[in-house]
Write a protein that binds this ligand. Structure first.
Ligand SMILES: Nc1nc2c(ncn2[C@@H]2O[C@H](COP(=O)(O)OP(=O)(O)OP(=O)(O)O)[C@@H](O)[C@H]2O)c(=O)[nH]1
Ligand SMILES: [Mg+2]
Length: 434
């Protein structure tokens, strides 16, 4: 219920200071109840206060009363900046529960912000994308969406369809005067809307990397320096490196960002014929990782001649998006066919390798205004079906129905036309306190 007052910690436990937020009509009363002095007369000002319960002082903290409507949720809010220890936070939360407020559900602050018109649904969804962003470009896309980039693009298409719809409605009401005009402009408007939706869908496809990241597999025969390459790309000693062949058994997966693009990189066991059970299982896993990767880094040892193991791996990866990396450039000459010559040991060639990786997975400069949310892309596809149906239909009332269907899907993106259950599902994935 939106008229209930809610509270939740907004910071993770363990820091020096914890921020606990309260939102709802009782925030003012609660402030007066729990603080040693009335700070509601000094709105938007962080004040030093003692927080008390019936038995005494709970904490010495800072508090701020934020009056509606210029707050995150659009409601009266209270922020308590208390000491961050688990005991203190628990005591403050207990104190708040005694006032009759209730703990907030996941994402409830942002849900209220949406329901109170502080942001549209695409902006609300961007809040979690900002929190979850693992690479600079993903963060940039999330920030632009939060600032309204998706909203504006969807509203532009809605504008075209609403215009068309009003022409059709006029034609239905006054056929003699408006029917000819409505038919005349119909085809062009629907084509414009189709083009715009297709453009948005294309931005989603082209910038898939921003949405889900990409997977990189490091493969090669044993001892060529795969784990060393993983460590060099990560900039830390993640995987064990030894001079013995067959060091890496299991796959090692790590997240990293190259030129701001999110990636998952997997180091694998060296692929060769072997009889050791654990190593064989590792090799099987390496092959699976190779199969499912978006991009394969096939590593060879540049200090030795290629052998049948290398050739087998060359043909195994021939049809994959692949970069052939000749490693150990510090002790060899660049005299063989490879896309790039590197030394995982000295760092030579690593920048060139990174540029090649980005070039292979994100050939176009990433467009951060792209539609990056899967739900939005699905809704756009449904909106397109509606427009296609409108183009096929002959009667004005059928055309209007199809356009309304299309508008319904567009409205589900911005939240002007959204089912409550869908809304609950979206905010379920939020964290508590946001
Ligand atoms: N000189 C030189 N040696 C390297 C380089 N990269 C790796 N090595 C050495 O090559 C050996 C094998 O390196 P690893 O990174 O363990 O090779 P790997 O391909 O992961 O090996 P497996 O896990 O056994 O398949 C180690 O002795 C490394 O120090 C390099 O760029 N230059
Ligand atoms: Mg290894």
């Amino acid at each position: 219920m939106i008229n209930e007052t809610i509270y939740a910690p907004s910071t993770a436990i363990g820091g020096a200071i914890a921020i606990i937020r309260v939102s709802g009509s009782r925030s003012k009363t609660i402030s007066k109840e729990i603080f040693s002095k009335d700070i509601t007369g000094l709105p938007n000002r962080l004040c030093y206060v003692l927080l008390k319960d019936g038995e005494g002082i709970v904490d010495a903290c800072m508090g701020v009363f934020l009056p509606a409507p210029h707050t995150y949720t659009g409601e009266d809010m209270l922020e308590i900046h208390c000491h961050g220890g688990a005991m203190t936070v628990q005591s403050v939360l207990k104190c708040l529960s005694r006032t009759g407020a209730r703990p907030a559900e996941n994402g409830e602050f942002t849900k209220r912000a949406f329901l109170n018109g502080k942001m549209d649904l695409s902006q609300a969804e961007a809040v979690m994308d900002i929190i979850n962003a693992e690479a600079q470009q993903s963060l940039k896309a999330a920030l632009l969406q939060h600032e309204g980039s998706v909203k504006r693009q969807i509203e532009a298409v809605e504008g075209i369809l609403l215009n068309t719809l009003s022409g059709i409605d006029a034609a239905i009401d006054y056929p003699e005067e408006a029917e000819a005009d409505a038919y005349a402009s119909l085809g062009e408007s629907l084509d414009t809307a189709t083009d715009e939706i297709n453009r948005l869908l294309k931005t989603g496809r082209d910038n898939r990397v921003l949405r889900i990241g990409v997977s990189l597999a490091i493969v090669g025969k044993p001892n060529v320096g795969k784990s060393s390459l993983l460590n060099a790309l990560l900039g830390r000693d993640r995987a064990i490196v030894t001079a013995a062949a067959g060091t890496t058994r299991d796959t090692i997966e790590e997240k990293l960002s190259i030129e701001g693009i999110p990636m998952r990189i997997v180091d694998t066991a060296g692929i060769r014929a072997c009889s050791d059970e654990a190593e064989s299982i590792g090799i099987e896993r390496a092959k699976q990782v190779l199969d499912s990767a978006d991009l394969v880094l096939l590593v060879t040892d540049g200090s030795e001649a290629l052998d049948s193991n290398d050739s087998q791996l060359m043909s195994m990866t021939a049809r994959k998006n692949r970069i052939i990396v000749s490693n150990k450039a510090d002790i060899c000459k660049a005299d063989r066919d490879a896309d790039v010559y590197v030394s995982a040991k000295t760092g030579v060639g690593m920048d060139e390798l990174k540029s090649l990786i980005v070039g292979r997975i994100a050939p176009n400069t990433t467009d951060c205004t792209a539609i990056t949310n899967e739900r939005h892309l699905r809704a756009l596809e449904c909106a397109l079906v509606g427009i296609e149906a409108a183009k096929e239909a002959c009667q004005l009332d059928c055309i209007a129905t199809d356009i309304r269907e299309s508008l319904h899907h567009l409205g589900s993106i911005t939240g002007t036309d959204i089912d409550e259950k869908v809304l609950d599902k979206i905010f379920e994935n939020f964290c508590v306190g946001k």
